[in-house]
Design a protein around this ligand. Structure first.
Ligand SMILES: [Zn+2]
Ligand SMILES: [Zn+2]
Ligand SMILES: [Zn+2]
Ligand SMILES: [Zn+2]
Ligand SMILES: [Zn+2]
Ligand SMILES: [Zn+2]
Length: 348
């Protein structure tokens, strides 16, 4: 396959030898190359990992038509590298970025990477659209003479508005138009890989082992499912999710457990907690209760009833709240009047 075939929708001959200029001689076309983010897209100085001759390809740079859509100001290069690492994780395609892999997993990663590269990877090209067609993403017209993105892997007539050429999963614009295709959609490398392998929420590598740990909809290498504070392995242990990461019970209680607003004691991992307006109570009748009538409030949220709070105190109802407020104002009125009528020490 070649993107420079006569069938390719290109109105004008680009001023240089085509978008492939700058690719190494071993490369057959840009649409089957560009597998690994770091190898091919980072400047050598920015890459601290495996020693290798790196090059920064001026991707699409010989097509001046696309400059307005894909600005390349020097200030954006950091952002671009960040997006590249996010979209094309080097550890997804090169086992040298995964030094702790076992031999079997290493082989699997290599085969996986080679297959994706061969079957799914491509790089879109921006051209003036020769005749109007419909955008693959939004379904609206791309007018003749407007810029369109073409991705050969999805057929020669498939065309996108430049702003519509985004990963179908994360909706991010595809950096340098590098895409992976799957079932007629384009994806960034990260989300394409995740179709086939789970990704460890700790090390961000794909998981090639038969077993992994799942919690809260995320997955981990079993040996990476560790306490976020003390690194204790938590496989088979009790844990608490803190944000999206697991925490062992003892770290949780010593660092994160809340104090009960009523009794002042820690709300341990074994206790249920009631939270109202950012404050916490033991979810038991003796702590989470009305400040006037002492009725338990624990079931009220479950029953769809609203817990009231006023001046840091909880109430079961507006009636209890008003009664307490009335009592408080009577008390403060009487103390005010007592103060006013008290003889001033200076008045004598
Ligand atoms: Zn569109
Ligand atoms: Zn994505
Ligand atoms: Zn991991
Ligand atoms: Zn811990
Ligand atoms: Zn309590
Ligand atoms: Zn009450």
């Amino acid at each position: 396959m070649s993107l420079l075939s006569p069938a390719w929708p290109r109105r004008d001959k680009p001023p240089c030898s085509g978008p492939l200029a700058g690719l190494p001689p071993t490369s057959s076309s840009s649409d089957s190359d560009s597998g690994c983010a770091l190898e091919e897209y980072l400047e050598p100085a920015a890459n601290a990992a495996p020693a290798q001759q790196l090059s920064l390809y001026p991707l699409n740079s010989c097509n001046p038509q696309n400059t307005s859509e894909y600005p390349r100001s020097p200030g954006s290069s950091q952002l671009r590298i960040k997006s590249l690492l996010q979209q094309l994780p080097p550890q997804d395609c090169d086992d040298r970025y995964c030094p702790t892999l076992g031999e079997e997993e290493r082989k699997q990663l290599q085969a996986f990477s080679a297959r994706r590269r061969q079957e799914s990877l491509g790089q879109g090209l921006v051209y003036l659209v020769p005749s109007a067609r419909l955008c693959e993403k939004c379904g609206k017209r791309v007018n003749a003479g407007d810029l369109g993105v073409f991705a050969a892997r999805l057929g020669e007539r498939s065309c996108w508005h430049p702003s519509c050429f985004v990963c179908h999963a994360c909706h991010q614009p595809l950096v340098d138009l590098i895409y992976f295709h799957q079932a007629g959609k384009v994806y960034c490398g990260r989300h394409h890989a995740e179709f086939f392998r789970p990704r460890c929420a700790s090390c961000d590598q794909l998981i090639f082992t038969d077993e992994c740990t799942e919690a809260e909809g995320r997955r981990w290498h079993t040996e990476h499912f560790c306490c976020l504070e003390c690194d204790l392995p938590l496989g088979g242990q009790r844990y608490v999710m803190k944000g999206s990461r697991p925490c062992c019970c003892s770290c949780f209680e010593s660092l994160y457990a809340e104090l009960c607003q009523a009794c002042g004691e820690l709300i341990g991992v074994d206790c249920e907690q009631a939270t109202h307006q950012g404050r916490h109570w033991h979810a038991r009748a003796s702590c989470f209760c009305c400040s006037l009538c002492w009725i338990s409030l624990c079931r009220m949220p479950l029953l769809g009833q609203q817990v009231m709070s006023y001046h840091s105190l909880l109430y079961c109802s507006e009636a209890c709240r008003l009664e307490k407020a009335a009592a408080a104002s009577t008390a403060s009125d009487s103390s005010d009047s007592a103060f006013v009528s008290a003889p001033s020490p200076d008045s004598t």
